[in-house]
Design a protein around this ligand. Structure first.
Ligand code: PLP
Length: 402
């Protein structure tokens, strides 16, 4: 393409004008968005070297993109990992982590029974098809976990830093020890804690997964996921999942999540403080049987785990209430009466949102299984936002009394 495009026909100029000019002289302060699906080079030899991995560079956005890499690098930096890869959603990130664990037919995954419903579904309905068996057990009973691990010899252990919706904090140090004792890898979904509250790699996790749709994005307007590795030897498998499965994160989404992350600390500080105060104010309310919040009446052992795992004094920005009337009708009546808190199936946004686990995150579980897990019909999870706490509390109180 000649430098001076003026000699070309208008129709040609219309296509090429403004493209592939010289690089800007100043370093952009904010990471630029590169929506280009392909990257070109001055010579085929150069392009060939990049394709072969002999030279650094980008060729095709499904194989890697500078904007998406800026996000992966940012999450990796906050998690203090050895590398990271971004995907189209938290589920795609979980899939990539499990894929990277190399699960042949006949292998076993030992997963926490307190797992996000779709993660349990991914294990049983997707990996299950390929002959991988998943057994769920109580990760908060470490003796039982160790016994099950010895019996089953799993290749992978999967847990969440803060469980959903009962908000129990996982002892990642202990889980990593169990995993090591049987030669298994440890995958930790750190979505609820964020790297600000917990960095699972420091506690022995091999893979850390985020639904960036939640706190990392933080504004309820972007879907994405990121997987971080503790050992760079696991990066080629994550990259293979990106290139070959193809669930890549879009560049605009990467940009939006990266922007959200700038205020992660400010949002988390405020949301966690709001959540703690809300939990304290709601406990003892006559319409509530129990307020679940890590570190609130959790007992000495659970409080010690909370202090060791999470950035004190914070314990997350979710509060779960078990209504005294443990029925779906009571939960719906309460949720319908809310005027400020939004009824939505997500969490981690700047606004306060409520979710009914029995009909949302745990809908696919049988009522008996939900009861076994302690997820009654009267359980409601509140994702506490950055609003003024009095307004959130007043809204919840008036709805409880409705
Ligand atoms: N992990 C946890 C703990 C979640 O709560 C969710 C979604 O709610 C996911 C993973 C999946 O994330 P995404 O919806 O971005 O695929």
């Amino acid at each position: 393409m000649p430098e001076d495009k003026r000699g070309l026909d208008f129709r040609t100029r219309a296509v090429h004008a403004g493209e592939r000019g010289s690089q800007p002289k100043g370093q952009p302060v904010a990471a630029p968005v590169y929506p280009s699906t392909t990257f070109t080079y001055d010579s085929m030899a150069e392009m060939d070297a990049v394709f072969a991995g002999e030279r650094e560079g980008y060729v095709y956005t499904r194989h890697g993109n500078p904007t998406v890499d800026a996000l992966s690098d940012a999450v990796n930096t906050l998690e203090e990992g050895a590398g990271a890869c971004a995907y189209a959603s938290g589920m795609a990130a979980l899939h990539a982590a499990l894929f990277a664990c190399d699960l042949p037919p006949g292998s076993t995954v030992l997963a926490s029974q307190d797992l996000y419903g779709a993660t349990a579904g991914l294990l049983s309905k997707v990996f299950g098809v390929f002959g991988v068996q998943t057994i769920q057990t109580d990760f908060f009973n470490l003796d039982k976990l160790q016994t099950r691990a010895r019996e089953l010899r799993p290749r992978v252990l999967v847990a969440e830093t803060i469980s959903n919706p009962l908000l129990k904090v996982c002892d990642i140090d202990a889980c990593a020890e169990v995993a090591r004792s049987v030669g298994a890898r440890l995958v930790i979904d750190n979505t609820f804690a964020t790297p600000y509250l917990c960095q699972p790699v420091r506690h022995g996790a091999d893979f850390v997964v985020h639904s960036a749709t939640k706190y990392l994005g933080g504004h309820g307007d972007v879907t994405g996921g990121v997987t971080v590795v503790a050992d760079s030897a696991d990066m080629p498998a994550l990259v293979a999942a990106m290139k070959l499965v193809g669930g890549i994160l879009g560049v605009w989404e990467a940009h939006q999540i990266l922007r959200g992350m700038k205020t992660l600390v400010l949002r988390m500080e405020r949301q966690c403080a709001n959540a703690r105060e809300l939990a304290e104010k709601l406990s003892g309310h006559p319409r509530i049987a129990r307020v679940l919040y890590p570190s609130l009446d959790a007992g000495d052992a659970a409080e010690e785990i909370c202090r060791r795992m999470l950035r004190a004094p914070h314990a997350g920005a979710l509060v779960t209430v078990a209504l005294a009337d443990d029925t779906r009708e009571a939960a719906f009546r309460f949720m319908d009466a809310l005027r400020l808190c939004v009824r939505s199936t997500s969490l981690g946004d700047v606004y306060s949102a409520v979710l009914h686990p029995a009909t949302a995150s745990h809908r696919d579980f049988s009522p008996a299984r939900r009861r076994e897990l302690g997820i009654g019909d009267g359980i409601v999870r509140v994702s506490v936002g950055i609003e003024e706490l009095t307004d959130i509390y007043d809204d919840i109180r008036q709805a409880l009394e409705a």
